[in-house]
Design a protein around this ligand. Structure first.
Ligand code: NAD
Ligand code: WQD
Length: 342
């Protein structure tokens, strides 16, 4: 297949690009590098021994995107292009609504004009909101999100539903990711957050490599077995394989389908810290701090729909996720080194 990855230079997009190349597909990436580096693409090409067609462009701009679709001869597209920081979205809501919604609308308009009919969308477990019981199933209603980032995901899901309802040729797969962590086992590509990491695994990895002094565990008094929050961490390479299965599904179906991509097994913050310590042999100093506003005590997937319909199941363990995150971080202590660091 020939696949367009919008935002394909980022963390999940780069791992998906590598999985696609390794499976023999052709990959085009369009990215404006607002949160990524072209170095990731260079490394993917090196790992796969194949070329990626790379376009520096803004997915919001039809003048950037339409020529790519017109000339691409694509079988499908994956829409990763978005801003993803929960905290930043509270500070800069307009930026988040503008970027995330506009990329989606422009992509759908250009797809319509060029008769490209299969699209996979990077959605998030955050759309379940705070009132659904765990584990989350795809047939539960979307909930109210506590931040603009989450609301953009929920709004974009609605846009895709409406577009698919209006166009019988369109095939949309909404993938609700749980907590992607880890890196390709080569240690050549991985997660490279700008500034102080918001997310747990990059923070732990930066403590391990000496870039941060200690981890603050956000809350130790949750109604969970050890008092810290539980999450469904999923290896990014398993997640990437899920996109291949979703693309195969999308090109042979129409309509709009939702799939959770998680392991179905929750781990607490402290279990994750201990596992990282075991596989890396590095002690992670931590303190138990206040709860972080908006955090849910527990979040995990019912992952059975993707297994039944897509024939996809996460294979890698929490040990694998921590080992690969550490392998990436220790080999690239400053990430790709082309982004602004603090
Ligand atoms: P990322 O920031 O590493 O990747 C997003 C990519 O999109 C970046 O390369 C960025 O430069 C690009 N981009 C952003 N706006 C763009 C625009 N207007 N034009 C062109 N390129 C643009 O994030 P990621 O972790 O790889 O996430 C990919 C997608 O998955 C995002 O939509 C994110 O919201 C979603 N998601 C991520 C997680 C997670 O925990 N990482 C969880 C659930 C959903
Ligand atoms: C995991 C756990 C924290 C950092 C976020 C988004 C979600 C999705 C995935 C995009 C929580 C705790 C964290 C730290 C800590 N992204 N933690 N100290 O919040 O589950 O999900 O990323 O769609 O929408 O909200 O992930 O990695 O930030 O936190 O104790 O320094 O680690 O409280 O329990 P989260 P996370």
């Amino acid at each position: 297949m020939r696949i367009l990855l919008a935002g394909g230079a980022g963390y999940i997009g780069s791992h998906t690009a590598l999985a696609l190349l390794r499976a023999g597909h052709e990959v085009t990436v369009i990215d404006n590098f607002v949160n990524s580096s072209p170095e990731a693409i260079r490394r993917i090409e090196n790992l796969a021994g194949k070329q990626v067609s790379l376009i520096r462009g803004d997915v919001r701009k039809k003048t950037d995107l339409l020529p790519v679709l017109k000339n691409g001869g694509f079988d499908g597209a994956v829409h990763f292009a978005g801003l993803k920081s929960v905290g930043e979205s509270l500070q800069k809501p307009i930026l988040y609504y503008r970027n995330n919604i506009d990329t989606t609308l422009t992509l759908l308009e250009c797809m319509e004009e060029t008769h490209l009919s299969s699209i996979i969308f990077s959605s998030s477990a955050t759309v379940y909101g705070s009132n659904n019981p765990v584990p989350y199933r795809e047939d539960m209603p979307r909930g109210l999100c506590t931040n603009p980032y989450g609301t953009t995901k929920s709004m974009m899901e609605q846009i895709f539903h409406d577009a698919a309802a209006a166009n019988p040729e369109l095939s949309v797969v909404l993938l609700r990711y749980f907590n992607p962590i880890g890196a390709d086992s080569s240690g050549r590509i991985g997660e490279d957050p700008q500034g102080i990491p918001n997310n747990l695994m990059p923070y732990i990895a930066q403590v391990a490599v000496g870039r941060r002094e200690k981890l603050t565990v956000f809350g130790g008094d949750y109604p969970t077995p050890d008092g810290t929050c539980q999450r469904d961490y999923i290896h990014v390479s398993d997640l990437a394989q899920g996109h291949l299965k979703a693309l195969e599904y999308a090109v042979s179906h129409t309509g709009c389908e939702i799939f959770n991509l998680g392991t179905g097994t929750p781990y607490s913050v402290l279990e994750t810290v201990r596992t990282f310590e075991q596989v890396s042999g590095v002690k992670i100093p931590y303190v138990i701090g206040d709860r972080r506003e908006g955090d849910l005590p527990a979040c995990w997937a019912d992952a059975s729909k993707a297994e039944k319909i897509l024939d996809w199941k996460a294979e890698r363990t929490l040990e694998d996720m921590c080992r690969d995150a550490w392998n990436w971080q220790k080999n690239n202590p400053m990430g790709y080194e082309t982004l602004h660091k603090s």
